[in-house]
Design a protein. Structure first.
Length: 256
């Protein structure tokens, strides 16, 4: 009776160990196949467009420009840092009021729509966006105002930029797109006028964007192939080691 119980326990232990090592192999294979962050992309975006201020004193539409660097942790979520410039045109006012504003911000990116055709004939421009995204973050603004051509006291403020945009592929590494953003400032002095019971100054932007997507790896054709072969060989070796360990455990228990 005790021998039967011992054999049953041995079989149970062998099955449990086999399942354990089998699950380890499955997890390892998944990590080799799809590592966290393996789809991350480095991207550089040039933005150019217009601004339309929401100030206490009317301003005309003026030019804006920006440069952004983005890093994607996964295809849907990323972060970007951005430098931007705005010219707020109030020269039609009496007195003429205008300002040069520079800013920097950090924003999170969420791609809520993604489309990528696998057909070679779709490698060019597509009216279907490859990405549609939302951005939101925090930043700072530096304002240098002028009244009738005379510089006034500069001003610093915080900002909350939010926006939405789309991107369309035109080549393997290049996208063009459109982005609309709104910047809420913590200051009411961008237009050099502080009006009681008024909201802080804010402004919108409409940008055309051009994005370059950096390659994932900097390998040439030969080294890239060697790198892929090395990954495949490592995965095969790991599989062989785990299989051999399972066989050794089974053999030792049955021998015992």
């Amino acid at each position: 009776m005790s021998l039967i119980v011992l054999l049953s326990m041995k079989k149970i232990i062998v099955i449990c160990l086999s399942c354990f090592f089998g699950s380890l192999f499955t997890i390892h294979a998944q990590l080799v196949k799809q590592k966290v962050g393996s789809d991350a992309k480095h991207q550089l975006t040039l933005l150019g467009g217009i601004n339309f201020p929401s100030f206490d004193i009317p301003h005309s539409i003026g030019p804006s420009a920006g440069l952004a660097y983005s890093y994607y942790f996964i295809p849907q979520i990323g972060i970007r840092g951005m430098l931007h410039y705005h010219y707020f045109d109030g020269e039609k006012n009496i007195p003429a009021i205008y300002s040069h504003t520079m800013g920097a911000c950090v924003q999170g990116i969420f791609n809520f729509f993604s489309y990528q055709s696998g057909r070679p004939e779709d490698a060019g421009f597509s009216f279907i966006p490859s990405k549609a995204y939302l951005v939101a973050g925090v930043g700072g603004l530096y304002h240098q105002p002028y009244i009738n051509g005379n510089s006034q006291q500069s001003d610093l403020s915080f900002s909350i930029p939010v926006g939405i945009g789309t991107r369309h592929p035109i080549a393997r590494r290049w996208d063009i797109g459109v982005e609309f953003a709104w910047n809420v400032s913590s200051s009411d002095r961008i237009d050099q006028q502080v009006v009681s019971e008024s909201t802080n100054d804010s402004f919108g932007n409409l940008f055309l964007t051009a994005t370059y997507k950096f390659p994932k790896h900097n390998y040439g054709p030969t080294r890239g192939k060697q790198f892929q072969n090395r990954k495949t060989k490592n995965a095969t070796n790991a599989k062989d080691v785990l299989s051999h360990s399972i066989k050794e455990i089974i053999f030792l228990f049955y021998r015992f």
